[in-house]
Design a protein around this ligand. Structure first.
Ligand SMILES: CC(C)(COP(=O)(O)OP(=O)(O)OC[C@H]1O[C@@H](n2cnc3c(N)ncnc32)[C@H](O)[C@@H]1OP(=O)(O)O)[C@@H](O)C(=O)NCCC(=O)NCCS
Length: 168
C-alpha cells in the first residue's frame, strides 16, 4: 500500500533520482534541515512494506503575493496589500516510477494540505514555479493558471482546490 508521510531520517534520500540534479540535491541535502528550521515541509511517497524507499516527494512552503500579480479576475477579489499563499516549492517522482500516476497523487496530497492550511490560517491558493514547458503543461493539467506576464509561475486558486476535492 502507498503512503505519504513527512520526510524523516528513516527515508533513503541518497538513493532517490528523478533525473533533475537540483531536485535530487534538495532532497538529499536541504529538505530535512529546512523542515527542522520551519522554512518548508517535505512529504514523501513510499510503499508501506518498503518504507525507506522514496518513490516521490513534494515540498510546501508559505509565501506572499500582491494582488497586482494575479490574473485580473482574481485580483479584483482581494485587497491591495500582500496576500498569504502556499508554494508548491518542489515536486518529483523517481525516474523508475514516473508515468504511474504518482505525480498526480502527490499533487492531490499537496492540494489537500493547502486546504487544511486555508482552514486553519487562510491562504488564497497554491503557486508553483514550473521549471520548463513540460512541467508547465503538467501543472496546467490540474487547473493551474498562468500569471500575467510570468512565464514560469502558475497559480491554483483556493476555489479550484476546494471544487477539486468536492468532485472526488
Ligand atoms: C513531472 C513529474 C512530477 C510527473 O510525475 P509522474 O508520476 O510521472 O506523473 P503522473 O504519472 O502522475 O501523470 C499525471 C498526468 O500528468 C500527465 N503528465 C505527466 N508528465 C507530464 C508532462 N511532463 N507534461 C504534461 N503532462 C504530463 C500524464 O499524462 C498524466 O495525465 P493523465 O492523468 O491524463 O493520464 C515527474 O515526471 C518528475 O518528477 N519529473 C522530473 C522532475 C520535474 O520536472 N518536476 C517538476 C518541477 S517544476
Amino acid at each position: 500500500m502507498l503512503k505519504i508521510a513527512p520526510l524523516s531520517r528513516e527515508h533513503d534520500r541518497a538513493a532517490f533520482d528523478c533525473g533533475v540534479a537540483e531536485l535530487n540535491a534538495f532532497l538529499k541535502a536541504t529538505a530535512r534541515q529546512h523542515g527542522e528550521k520551519g522554512l518548508s515541509r517535505t512529504f514523501v511517497l513510499t510503499e508501506s512494506d518498503k518504507s525507506a524507499v522514496i518513490l516521490g516527494f513534494f515540498t510546501l512552503a508559505l509565501c506572499e503575493i500582491t494582488a497586482e500579480h494575479l490574473p485580473p479576475s482574481y485580483a479584483a477579489m482581494y485587497p491591495k496589500h500582500s496576500l498569504p499563499a502556499v508554494r508548491l516549492a518542489r515536486l518529483a517522482v523517481s525516474l523508475r516510477h514516473q508515468g504511474k500516476g504518482y505525480g498526480s497523487l502527490l499533487v492531490a496530497e499537496a492540494v489537500h494540505r493547502t486546504i487544511l492550511i486555508a482552514d486553519q490560517a487562510g491562504n488564497i491558493g497554491m503557486f508553483v514555479d514550473a521549471k520548463n514547458a513540460r512541467a508547465r503543461d503538467f501543472y496546467k493539467h490540474y487547473g493551474f493558471v498562468a500569471l500575467p506576464g510570468q512565464v514560469k509561475t502558475l497559480f491554483l486558486p483556493l476555489k479550484t482546490l476546494r471544487d477539486a476535492i468536492k468532485a472526488q
